[in-house]
Design a protein around this ligand. Structure first.
Ligand SMILES: *Cc1c(COP(=O)(O)O)cnc(C)c1O
Length: 371
């Protein structure tokens, strides 16, 4: 049984859940890296290994979201993201596993090699991909596609919000905090002073903060913003925290209702660089250092920027006698072999530019898909 349900058995009766991933994810020390940058105790939570076929932070959210889709007897899910969205890919992969059809509505983003990989893999999983140049066109098309699917199948698609960050999706990360608590109790690591995590649609950070509070852990989450401030800010974060908390409290009255005050939120704004999915020198340097010291792969859109924040804090001597935990949210299961024979010409015409145009300079100049 998952740690959250063990603590709150009534939640297991009320909340939908299906197992998709492999938990608990490993938690271990990064001794070499910690020594090199001067962190007293540096640990990593390996959510990159959260799934046997595809890991990363979306798996925990989808376990609740797909649980709900099955309970509601949905036949199709519809979700949203940018062209290379890891969430959109995770949804396509686990929809296929679950026997659901997946419709993905995509928007433009800066080009990178992972965008190509994610598009090809989504296509291979049988997801229906639609691409629009702006949110206005995308929303109009989504409404039409939603209605059409409903009429054709007799059942409207279940909508999954960007990043899977609905109250149910967030519950996956509330559970993750209870999982961490269990690992600490088993002696796997000391209780972290700080937990560094990338901040996108905020579900991961919000779930962790709520879960830590409910689990009675004192670790402080350091969310490192990698999207525009309009999408990730204190006001929205507090609203999502409240909504997720209300879902859990109304499902089991013994789950505490807690207040997240403004002062408890310390979003780091200095690492996004020129924008979402625009790699930064500092972020790519952090990626290189973790690869060289520990053999663990991060990337430039989320985890490189978040780990860059940890390194900068270490450089400023803020972590000298602290326990810092880096929460790795990026999938590390290699699926490049699956798409080796894929042809991008099978994708909708308007997505071909991602394969024909250059990737951004900081993504390296290798043309190999797998790097
Ligand atoms: C989606 C994603 C995030 C951000 O998680 P949110 O819950 O959307 O804030 C972080 N890292 C990676 C690799 C992701 O794909």
């Amino acid at each position: 049984m998952i740690p959250l349900f063990e603590q709150y058995p009534r939640l297991s009766e009320k909340l939908p859940y299906i197992r998709l991933g492999e938990f608990p994810t490993p938690l271990h020390k990064l001794a070499r890296m910690g020594r090199e940058i001067g962190v007293g105790n540096l640990y990593i939570k390996r959510d990159d290994l959260s799934g046997g076929i595809y890991g990363g932070n979306k798996v925990r959210k989808l376990e609740f979201i797909f649980g709900n889709a099955l309970r509601k007897n949905a036949k199709t899910v519809m979700t949203f993201g940018v062209a290379g969205s890891n969430h959109v890919l995770a949804t396509a992969i686990y929809a296929k596993e679950t026997g659901l059809k997946c419709i993905s509505m995509l928007l433009p983003q800066h080009n990178a090699r992972y965008v190509r990989r994610n598009l090809l893999k989504s296509q291979l999983c049988g997801a229906e991909l639609h691409y629009y140049k702006n949110t206005f066109a995308l929303k109009a098309a989504a409404v039409c596609r939603f209605l059409l699917d409903g009429i054709m199948t007799g059942r409207f698609p279940m909508i999954i919000p960007p990043g899977g960050s609905s109250p149910l999706g967030i519950t996956g990360y509330v559970n993750a905090a209870f999982e961490l608590k269990r690992q600490i109790a088993e002696g796997t690591s000391p209780e972290p002073d700080y937990i560094y995590v990338a901040l996108g649609t905020m579900g991961t950070a919000v779930g962790l903060m709520l879960g830590l509070r409910a689990a009675g852990l004192k670790s402080r989450v350091i969310p490192v913003r990698v999207v525009d401030e309009g999408f990730a800010n204190v006001g929205l974060m507090r609203k999502m925290f409240r909504d997720a908390n209300e879902l859990l409290h109304s499902s089991d009255g013994s789950f505490p209702l807690v207040e997240l005050s403004k002062h408890e939120v310390s979003i780091r704004h200095d690492f996004i660089g020129r924008g979402y999915a625009v790699f930064t020198k500092e972020g790519m340097k952090a990626v290189g250092r973790l690869r060289d010291t520990e053999g663990i792969s991060l990337e430039g859109t989320y985890t490189g920027k978040a780990f860059g924040a940890l390194i900068r804090d270490a450089d400023e001597q803020k972590l000298k006698d602290k326990t810092a935990l880096f929460w790795n949210t990026y999938n590390s299961r290699d699926f490049s072999g699956d798409i080796i024979n894929s042809d991008y010409h099978m994708l909708p015409r308007r997505l071909h530019g991602y394969f024909e145009d250059d990737v951004q300079p900081l993504d390296g100049n290798s043309s190999r898909l797998a790097d």
